[in-house]
Design a protein around this ligand. Structure first.
Ligand code: NAP
Ligand code: GDD
Length: 354
């Protein structure tokens, strides 16, 4: 048994999978909380999972849910982690308008349940647990300051963002009231080939690959004018870990410091395969939100200075990385880049026939 033992909620998500990889690479034993589902949903972590009967296994999964406090307590007692990363969430902003009560229960109350369990566990055992809360730039919402930093006031604009603000302040409250080593990361949007397909970046790159493959003709999107500070998820999970390695618990903005619109994302993505996105993208109002967050741009100065954290990839590099991954998944790389769309289809057909 290693003393470096971490518990991760949301381990099946984009960030949970990258964080687990990172922790395993760094000698941790990793425990993740998964929800029971009728079909397997562990695709993102299957490559690092090993039969727990093997002596070499260092990744363990436990059934639980942030809406179920008793189970959270039981898992904490069983696992006895020294670091906890609370990444579990109903994380889709648009969906949070459809399911506000559930979203707030999982995101807001879920964090409180975990903090309460840690508080009691720490009091009883004397073991200090380090806690990371996955905060969001959505908390800045209708921004009152540009760029946004740790001291910028919040103005949340969705049930999801309101719940994240609640979780943020509870994390600070438990730090100040009970001396927990509890930290907030305020992470701006971060993407990757593992991003869920209903978030706009992956929706675009996934659809683009299907368009190139002749499997889809149109892509329906909502507001193309919103601007986001988009980074690479793999860089952002490293920041989570760094936040918990500091001498003192604190809160940090993690961002690239650049902002781009959905249109710019479309330009670069479709430009990669020499297509004009305006020929394919159509508007559908169902993807609009009752209240929109128009502009997000973070100031990562504190993270740079105190954590020594830097993003490793720029916006264009990120878009290309995601486009390439989706093209590759459909067997369209390296063919796609320099060919006209008709030629790609022909070459692919020939390749499949061989
Ligand atoms: P994600 O891909 O949507 O993953 C969310 C994870 O939470 C999944 O493992 C999901 O499990 C789990 N989950 C959902 N409801 C749960 C519940 N009631 N109890 C326990 N687990 C639950 O999200 P992500 O992009 O990795 O983001 C990770 C965290 O960072 C989230 O808290 C998100 O709100 C926050 N965040 C994300 C970004 C970003 O740009 N990605 C930026 C700022 C903050 P299933 O697989 O079973 O659904
Ligand atoms: N999802 C989606 N689908 N968004 C669209 C679409 C569409 O078809 N068309 C336009 N958009 C716009 C949204 O209106 C929003 O302004 C922007 O694209 C980004 O939407 P998402 O990719 O869904 O991300 P988000 O910014 O709302 O939320 C993500 O980032 C937050 C951090 O700022 C999520 O990962 C949150 O969990 C995270 O906290």
């Amino acid at each position: 048994m290693t003393s470096k033992r971490a518990l991760v909620t949301g381990i099946t998500g984009q960030d949970g999978s990258y964080l687990s990889e990172y922790l395993l690479e760094n000698g941790y034993e990793v425990h993740g909380i998964i929800r029971r589902t009728s079909t397997f949903n562990t695709d993102r972590i299957d490559h690092i999972y090993e039969d727990p009967h093997n002596q070499t296994a260092r990744l363990f999964l436990h059934y639980g849910d942030l809406t179920d406090g008793t189970t959270l307590r039981r898992i904490l007692e069983e696992v006895q982690p020294v670091e906890i990363y609370n990444l579990g969430a109903q994380s889709h902003v648009r969906v949070s308008f459809d399911s506000p009560e559930y979203t707030v229960d999982a995101v807001g109350m879920g964090t409180l349940r975990l903090l309460e369990a840690i508080r009691d566990y720490q009091y009883r055992t004397g073991i200090q647990v380090r806690f990371y809360q996955a905060g969001s730039s959505e908390m800045f919402g209708k921004v009152v300051e540009v760029p946004q930093k740790e001291t910028t006031p919040f103005y949340p604009r969705s049930p999801y963002a309101c719940a994240k603000v609640y979780a943020h302040w509870q994390t600070i409250n438990y730090r100040e009231s009970y001396g927990l080593f509890a930290c907030n990361g305020i992470l701006f949007n971060h993407e990757s080939p593992r991003r869920g397909q209903t978030f706009v970046t992956r929706k675009i790159t996934h659809a683009l690959a299907r368009i190139v493959a002749g499997q889809q003709k149109k892509l329906y999107l909502g507001n193309l004018d919103a601007k986001r500070d988009w980074g690479y998820a793999k860089d952002y999970v490293k920041a989570m870990w760094l936040i918990l390695q500091q001498d003192e618990p604190d809160d940090y903005v993690i961002a690239t410091g650049e902002t781009h619109s959905i249109r710019e994302f479309l330009d670069i993505a479709f430009g990669y395969v020499n297509l004009d996105w305006q020929d394919y993208v159509k508007f559908d109002e169902r993807y609009l939100r009752p209240a929109e967050v128009d502009l997000l741009i973070g100031d990562p100065a504190k993270a740079r200075q105190k954590l020594g954290w830097e993003p490793s990839i720029d916006f264009r590099g990120l878009v290309h990385l995601m486009v390439e991954a989706d093209l590759k998944a459909l067997g369209l790389l390296p063919l796609a880049r320099n060919l006209a769309i008709e030629d790609i289809a022909t070459v692919r057909l020939a390749a499949t026939a061989q």
